[in-house]
Design a protein around this ligand. Structure first.
Ligand SMILES: Nc1ncnc2c1ncn2[C@@H]1O[C@H](COP(=O)(O)OP(=O)(O)OP(=O)(O)O)[C@@H](O)[C@H]1O
Length: 301
């Protein structure tokens, strides 16, 4: 990872790389008679890109919806790990990756159950996500849309915000510094003032990624970020996701249909079929697993 050599550290977690960050244990979800998820277990390690793949209707989006608090699972648990003391901390400054990681080695780990939390609480704890369909404000500029990603960290009272005094002003400047870093990292300078609705689809998807990144997430959930893109747009998006991972140091869970993309950019892959985990491993291990070939790759032929 190039994280330490680069000025950006937009990750909200200082968990040392390789430690378990998100632990999903025996998660089940039913809609009436439909079992969307059945005893799904897997672990996302800090510092990885972890792909979740599977045929249509396998339960991938349902799984992300459970993690982000939109769906309430019928059974099981979802735990996010923190370095003691940093849980849900307000992020208004760049975090120094190296010193935080060094500190982390000294500190103990705290576990926080996300299982029954509402989406805004999960977001405050540092889980950001993008959606399959673009969910941006068309009339607002790129900058304004990305700034909205900061709102969960904005806590100034109305009077000081209105008078634009002391703390409110300092806070606003700190937020802008982070937003500018995001714009710089995702190369959105040329579009910053344009209304999002006027931009090409591929760029809108990048703005969505930018808004999620502006939260300085501990964990970033991306639901099919390349859906509906042509080959060139997909290649661009894959590069930006790698930058978010390698340069900004953010741990990512990625749902993606394109197997080539998954194999190229992820370190760990969990395969779902009919709501169950049928394989979990490195891209090579998963590619060569007969159950996966049967259920997923076979279905593509
Ligand atoms: N809100 C809901 N109400 C009822 N059933 C649902 C709901 N959301 C998902 N399901 C069902 O749960 C199962 C899993 O759906 P889900 O969308 O999670 O799969 P997926 O792997 O994300 O599929 P795709 O690749 O097509 O997006 C499907 O049978 C789906 O019809």
């Amino acid at each position: 990872m190039r994280t330490r050599a680069y000025q950006h550290s937009l990750s909200g977690s200082s968990m040392p790389a390789g430690q378990p960050l998100l632990e999903v244990e025996a998660l089940s979800l039913a809609f009436g008679g439909v079992k969307a998820l059945s005893e799904v277990s897997f672990t996302v390690t800090s510092g990885s890109i972890h792909a979740v793949i599977g045929p249509n209707g396998a339960g991938k989006s349902s799984l992300l919806n459970c993690v982000s608090g939109l769906y309430r699972p019928t059974a099981g648990s979802i735990v996010l790990n923190f370095v003691a003391g940093e849980e849900g901390r307000k992020r208004t400054q760049r975090m120094s990756a190296s010193s935080d990681e060094d500190d982390a080695a000294e500190k103990s780990i705290e576990r926080r159950a996300l299982t029954r939390l509402k989406p805004n609480r999960v977001a405050r704890l540092g889980v950001a996500r993008s959606f399959q369909n673009i969910e941006l404000f068309d009339q607002l500029s790129v900058l304004e849309n990305i700034m909205l990603g900061r709102h969960i960290h904005m806590k100034q009272n109305l009077a000081s915000a209105f008078l634009w005094t002391g703390p409110a002003r300092k806070q606003e400047i700190a937020h802008r510094v982070i937003v500018e870093e995001v714009i710089d990292l995702l190369k959105l300078q040329a579009e910053r003032s344009k209304p999002v609705g006027t931009l090409a689809y591929g760029i809108q998807k990048r703005v969505e990624l930018a808004r999620a990144l502006a939260m300085q997430p501990a964990l970033l959930l991306l639901d099919e970020p390349m859906a509906g893109m042509n080959a060139e747009e997909k290649e661009d998006m894959a590069r930006y996701i790698l930058d978010v991972h390698e340069l900004a140091g953010v741990t990512i869970v990625l749902i993606e249909h394109d197997m080539n993309v998954v194999m190229d950019i992820s370190q760990q892959v969990t395969v779902l079929d009919f709501g169950r985990v049928i394989a979990d491993g490195t891209p090579d291990e998963v590619m060569n697993n007969p159950a996966v070939v049967e259920a997923y790759l076979g279905a593509q032929k």
